[in-house]
Design a protein around this ligand. Structure first.
Ligand code: MAN
Length: 552
């Protein structure tokens, strides 16, 4: 019996040796069968259990030697208890070297490497803790960036809406001014002013102003009536009849009468329903409409609502000019201007020519007043038109810019799907290295400014996020790199360009600049825009799953 107890640690040691180098997710597969055999992980072969980790490669997939390095290209898993597990390629197992990422020394024969996982783990945990602290603060700032993008989106939508309305107004204004400018070939602005003194025009403007004021007041009262209706509706449906408050009851009854509603206490009784009340209401408004239709000179409520604006937007100056033309076109019976109709067709053209010459002489001699406007008046109206056109183009441009900006805010290749980069558009980061101050204005331009005078070189303008085809747009590696290119050409060399490497930090900073190749610069910096919240798995340090895999 005693000898059995003595054997136990040896057996346990044996079991530990069999699973040496096996990652946790495969441990359950490394157990012997009842007949003390084992099947290779790819199922290709059954071998004696003793052959596992016996330093001789038996399985085609190498799975029988997870811990000896006997099979090539096998992953060796270091448990690294007290730290984080990691993988090594089998070529580094039992090579006599202590691998830094196998701090428990399990890749070498016992006694070769010291187990330093406690110390390494402690340093590592401290580093992770610090990084997490930065991430926590950074992600809070990041969320304010996201909120900013949403606010910016709303603002831009507002700009688009307002400028669309302004464009509509301005387009009419341009048409109006163009019309005036064209007319000014035959009518000066001074003459227009004179025409505007006409009692008919003045009265028309007074009528229009009165109508506009009435419309404004009418709208106010309609709104007030609506609000009062809502208050009374609430009173009607919400009052407590048990209080027997006569003033309330009177108010409710009065409202029901005006609004054509059944008494609230009768609703549901004797088949009187709100729907029926609705019908009554419709009928009442129909009656009102029919009454309005009878008076066909008058406008209906609907016409007042829909067409009054158009009427009030009439261009009265154009109307005045049209009226003037109309009045002038009425034949006045002047002999001089009627003569042509009495002449034979063959001499009519010569007569017209003679008449034009005579009229222009008389105008030039100041004997009669010509219809031609003064050049100042014409240029003034032309200028007004140009100004209006310029203003229209400006608003159109504003709208276009806002539309383009809006497209970029939540664009994965622009300011990010969450809009987290929008806030940083135009933020300039600077650092001094050697004889230069380097500056990068995010999404703008990078510059090299000499500290002791001389010309500033452009190091390029923002071109893209990480352009590598292996990087998935939108993930942290994508946003961890910005490319600035087409800077000032280097003497006998390429155009200057910058690769800006960014990582999570609580501040937007430019930390280092190196000129890797002539005129090719690498900047590094930090930004809260890259700090994802701690509960977000992307970018979070995984445990053994991530650790050291790239070592393979
Ligand atoms: C300037 C700077 C340097 C660059 C040389 C190339 O001195 O832009 O960074 O290497 O030009 O001639």
């Amino acid at each position: 019996m005693l000898w059995l107890l003595l054997l136990l640690p040896l057996q346990a040691l044996g079991a530990a040796e069999k699973t040496l180098g096996v990652p946790p997710d495969l441990i359950s597969k490394y157990v012997p069968s009842k007949s003390n055999t084992w099947t290779c992980l790819d199922g290709s072969k059954e071998i004696p259990w003793d052959y596992v980790n016996d330093d001789a490669c038996d399985c085609a997939d190498g799975s029988d030697e997870p811990g000896t390095g006997a099979c090539p290209n096998q992953p060796f898993y270091c448990k690294n208890e007290g730290h984080v597990g990691s993988f090594l390629p089998s070529s580094r197992v039992k090579d006599g070297l202590c691998e830094p990422n196998c701090c428990d020394g399990s890749d070498e024969r016992p006694g070769v490497c010291k187990n330093v996982c406690q110390e390494v783990g402690q340093v590592y945990r401290k580093k992770v803790e610090e990084e997490n602290k930065i991430r926590k603060t950074g992600s809070k700032i990041r969320s304010t960036y996201i909120a900013y993008a949403h606010k910016e989106k709303k603002r831009l939508e507002g700009v688009i809406e307002t400028s669309a309305a302004e464009i509509a107004i301005q387009e009419k204004e341009v048409v109006r001014l163009r019309d005036i400018a064209e007319r000014s070939e035959s009518l000066s602005a001074a003459a227009l002013e004179l025409k505007q003194q006409s009692p008919l025009y003045i009265s028309l403007i007074t009528h229009s102003n009165a109508l506009k004021s009435l419309q404004r007041e009418h709208k106010k009262y309609l709104q007030r009536e609506k609000e009062l209706g809502n208050i009374l509706d609430a009173l009607r449906t919400g009052y407590n009849p048990n209080y027997q408050d006569m003033a309330v009851l009177e108010a409710v009854r009065g409202w029901e009468e005006i609004a054509g509603l059944p008494h609230i206490n009768d609703v549901g009784k004797d088949s009187v329903s709100e729907e029926e009340a609705g019908i009554e209401e419709d009928t009442a408004s129909e009656v009102a409409e029919t009454k309005e239709e009878v008076d066909d000179e008058m406008w209906t409520a609907e016409e007042l609502d829909k067409d009054l604006d158009d009427l009030l937007n009439t261009d009265y100056v154009t109307l005045l000019l049209e009226h003037d033309e109309y009045v002038q076109s009425v034949p006045e019976g002047s002999v001089l201007f009627d003569i042509a109709s009495y002449l034979p067709d063959s001499i009519a053209p010569q007569y017209e020519e003679f008449k034009d010459t005579l009229v222009s002489w008389l105008v030039n001699l100041g004997i009669i007043k010509g219809e031609t406007p003064s050049s100042t008046d014409t240029s003034r109206s032309r200028q007004a038109l140009t100004d209006a056109e310029n203003r229209l183009n400006k608003i159109k441009k504003e709208k276009e810019d806002a539309e383009n900006d809006l497209k970029e805010i939540f664009n994965i290749h622009g300011y990010g799907l969450e809009g987290q980069w929008k806030k940083l558009d135009g933020t300039c980061l600077r650092t001094e290295v050697g004889d230069y101050t380097y500056e990068v204005c995010l999404f703008g331009e990078a510059k090299q400014i000499p500290n002791k005078g001389g010309s500033t070189f452009s190091l390029g303008k923002f071109a893209s996020w990480n352009p590598s085809p292996d990087v998935k747009p939108g993930d942290d590696t994508y946003y961890g790199k910005q490319i600035y290119n087409r800077g000032t050409r280097c003497w006998n060399g390429p155009e200057r360009n910058v690769v800006l490497l960014l990582s999570c930090g609580t501040e937007n900073t430019l930390n280092s600049v190196v000129e890797l190749e002539k005129c090719e610069y690498q900047f590094t910096g930090t930004t809260p825009a890259l700090c994802r919240p701690l509960d977000n798995s992307e970018g979070k340090n995984g445990q053994y799953a991530n650790a050291g895999k790239d070592e393979l």
